[in-house]
Design a protein around this ligand. Structure first.
Ligand code: NAI
Ligand code: 13P
Length: 322
């Protein structure tokens, strides 16, 4: 795996390109908009999505996607609801690649996470997920972090771990992509709940309670779908939950803050937890799993619930064992 291709030149795709390119690996950063790709290639910076982070010479931004060599690592960093259509559009060019989803969420129409979408659209392809605590703004300027790389194929997972780790990005391997992707998807939903909690003035104690009970929902859904509870104690679950629920750098947390304050929502931001809350609530209903926080976040985001009504609904549930 001597080169890496990244699909999606948003904040995260650009940050990953910079991090992997800085380690000496040639990276192709594919962007759908030709003018934007040309500007990024010329400026050596993605001013629209990740200002202040310089592209190393190893990174090439382009709007042309040529067929990748078999076994090439292709990182998919488009928004979750676009993943299926991007794969469908580029199926021929991606045949034989090792597909690594870097998006976090659940597909609304399919009720599937990123590796489930890859398996449906490109059956037989090697599918992995890279997820964990990683703000693009941090990664893009070379700050360190650790992430989960999950793949059911141990050999392919090991090769991806080697190829994508850098001196500042430490990748831990897992064989449980279901657990890993449920962690990444649900931490955004719980971050919206926590932002709303702080924005509405319900306090830090309530936020910690939401993180803890949200984590319980994460584990419940992952296990029901065939994942492992222990996976969620790692970077993809606990790690990303701690980051996203506690920082105003998170778009999901900020979305919740605005809901809690009754302030204007930034409609231009990629806030994955909104669609994922809806998809999760529907999936939980179909499978008969209790996910009260996911349900109230879906209600908050659609406007069906006020922050006060959402909190009342959670507090009024029957008392139970922890
Ligand atoms: N920004 C961050 O700190 C992190 C983001 N992620 C995940 O990465 C994914 C992408 O997020 P960001 O890069 O932050 O979003 P972004 O909003 O900065 O960029 C999204 C990019 O996807 C492109 N895109 C949208 N639809 C497309 C399509 N149909 N075909 C081709 N390109 C398309 C847009 O042009 C844009 O460049 C999300 O699932 C997010 O949860 C994961 C970790 C950190
Ligand atoms: O996933 C992220 C950090 O790990 C980024 O969080 P937001 O999408 O909420 O900004």
């Amino acid at each position: 795996m001597s080169t890496v291709t990244i699909l999606g030149g948003g904040a995260f795709g650009t940050a990953l390109a910079i991090a992997i390119g800085r380690a000496g690996t040639p990276v192709t950063l594919w962007m759908r908009d030709a003018d934007h790709a040309a500007a990024v290639q010329h400026d050596r910076e993605n001013r629209a999505r990740l200002p202040g982070a310089a592209l190393p010479p190893t990174v090439t931004a382009t709007a042309e996607l040529t067929p990748v060599a078999p076994g090439t690592a292709v990182l998919l960093s488009v928004p979750m609801q676009q993943l299926a259509s991007v794969l469908e559009q580029h199926r021929d060019a991606l045949t034989g690649a090792a597909l690594v989803a870097c998006c976090k969420g659940m597909d609304l129409t399919r009720g599937l996470g990123p590796t489930g979408v890859i398996a449906e659209v490109m059956p037989g392809a090697t599918a992995a997920i890279l997820t964990g605590p990683s703000f693009a703004a941090d990664i893009g300027i070379g700050l360190p972090t650790a992430l989960t790389l999950a793949c059911t194929d141990d050999v392919a997972g090991g090769a991806l771990q080697q190829a994508l780790s850098t001196p500042v990005l430490r990748l831990y391997r897992s064989a449980d992509p279901i657990g890993a992707e449920i962690g990444g998807a649900l931490k955004n939903v719980i971050a919206i709940a926590c932002g709303t909690c702080i924005g509405a003035g319900f306090g830090e104690s309530a936020r910690a309670a939401l993180m803890t009970r949200g984590y319980a929902e994460m584990v419940r859904l992952a296990v029901d779908l065939g994942g492992r509870a222990e996976t969620l104690s790692g970077l993809c679950g606990f790690g990303d939950l701690a980051l996203t629920c506690g920082s105003e750098l998170s778009r999901n947390f900020r979305h919740g803050l605005a809901l809690g304050r009754g302030a204007e929502i930034d409609a231009t931001a990629t806030v994955e937890g909104v669609a994922t809350a809806r998809a999760t609530a529907a999936l939980a209903d179909r499978r008969g799993i209790e996910m009260p926080i996911a349900h109230v976040v879906a209600g908050l985001c659609s406007g069906a619930l006020t922050p006060e009504a959402a909190m009342d609904r959670l507090l009024a549930r029957p008392l139970k064992e922890e």
